[in-house]
Design a protein around this ligand. Structure first.
Ligand code: SAM
Ligand code: SF4
Length: 391
């Protein structure tokens, strides 16, 4: 069924599951660090986890590392230094590897940033969300807007100039003008990259149990269109649903996810996707979610929560879910090289999307149309029975 000529590029995701406190909208695997963080024990666990994963990627080079969370900037620079040194001692890392760390503005200063940079971090992703004090309070953030701006300047002075700022729109009490003002303030700080997310209400969050007042769907769509245009005029080119880059400084790690690359995932609740040319298959793996359980099991196979070998139909859907998020879409050749499947596996689905006006085919490249982008989730759901039908 699969026929890989070679395996796709490989990344490494490292999950740090603690925050100062839990934000009411957030369903990431993150826990308020009430009793302190067992930093040393957790780094030891991460390395034990990595060592056991290594046989699945023998001989392959890691192109990007992303330390995400939770709030990885709660770890000390010495801890991040030990973590990255121990990783480097065990894997082959590309000399120009992109190495990102996620930071919360309420947890950092210039000395800390310098320490992260000296440890090998060369890209920083700062969770700003908004610059407006009242809105930040509405969403339970631990920092003000000016602290976020100070963190950006401190990062730059510490030599970390490949910066991403995370912002959200659709916040409780936020007007269209306030959302656009946040984008102007962010752009004035001249980051390489802005991630601009619509705040979603996720199950198992405080906001799900206590829904806040928010703008109507049509207004959110209008905000998104206006923000997209504004970011474009300020030099930020949209290349994915929520990702905007200046001077082509796209996030290489996320691009690898969206282009259906491979990744190892170490840490509590981390996910991995690994293609194997020898056995001609793609496996997804997830690690146990709770930090305490993870710490207790990281040295054994019990650290693995789920393993599944993907069927061809799952691969078609997962590839599409990722590649159609990209502004550039995908080529038929990319589909065959990264999935190991023939073009015929996706042809009927694409033809239906084109007939419905949701997809466009342009000299070997398939993209979502504007209508397709708006209804991307519906579009993919529509495919599911089709995909199941092929099983
Ligand atoms: C792991 S956090 C970033 C680092 C750090 N934990 C922080 O919040 O400052 C990842 C990003 O996901 C986004 N995010 C989290 N929950 C979201 C939600 N419900 N809807 C949209 N974006 C969300 C936020 O922009 C957040 O900065
Ligand atoms: S948004 Fe960031 S700081 Fe807030 S709980 Fe989630 S991971 Fe932690």
């Amino acid at each position: 069924m699969f026929n890989f000529a070679a395996t796709p590029p490989l990344s490494l995701y490292i999950h740090i599951p603690w925050c100062v406190r839990k934000c009411p909208y957030c369903d990431f695997n993150s826990h308020a660090a009430r009793e302190g963080i067992p930093e040393d024990a957790y780094i030891t666990a991460l390395i034990a986890d990595l060592e056991q994963d290594l046989p699945s990627v023998w001989g392959r080079t890691i192109e990007t590392i992303f330390i995400g969370g939770g709030t990885p900037s709660l770890f000390s620079p010495a801890g991040i230094d030990r973590l990255l040194s121990d990783v480097r001692a065990r894997v082959s890392l590309k000399p120009d590897a992109e190495i990102t760390l996620e930071a919360n503005p309420g947890t950092v200063d210039q000395a800390r940033f310098r320490g992260f940079r000296d440890a090998g971090i060369n890209r920083l992703s700062i969770g700003v969300q908004s610059f407006q004090p009242d809105l930040l309070q509405n969403i339970g953030r631990i920092h003000t807007g000016s602290e976020a701006a100070i963190a950006v300047e401190a990062a730059r002075h510490a030599g970390l100039d490949n910066l991403n700022l995370d912002l959200m729109f659709g916040l409780p009490g936020q007007s269209t003008e306030q959302a656009l003002m946040d984008l102007r303030t962010a752009a004035a700080l001249e980051p390489a990259h802005i991630s601009w997310y619509e705040m979603t209400i996720e199950p198992n969050t405080w906001f799900h149990r206590h829904p806040p007042e928010r703008a109507a769907d049509d207004t959110l769509w209008d905000i998104q269109q206006a923000g997209r245009t504004l970011l474009g005029t300020m030099g930020f080119v949209r290349y994915e649903v929520s990702a905007y880059a200046r001077d082509s400084q796209q996030c290489r790690h996320n691009m690898n996810y969206w282009q259906f690359g491979d990744y190892l995932g170490i840490g509590a609740g981390a996910h991995a996707k690994i293609s194997d040319a020898a056995t001609q298959g793609i496996t997804r793996i997830s690690k146990v979610r709770h930090p305490r359980t993870y710490l207790d099991t990281a040295h054994s196979t019990q650290r693995i929560s789920t393993t599944s070998r993907l069927a061809a139909d799952d691969v078609v859907l997962e590839f599409a879910m990722n590649a159609l998020r990209l502004e550039q879409g995908f080529s038929t050749a990319t589909f065959t090289t990264t999935t190991g499947l023939p073009y015929a596996a996706i042809e009927a689905i694409l033809n239906k999307g084109i007939a419905d006006g949701l997809l466009a085919f342009n000299s070997d490249t398939i993209k979502a149309t504007q209508r397709g982008q708006r209804y991307l989730n519906e579009l993919l759901q529509q495919w599911m029975p089709e995909v199941t039908h092929h099983a």
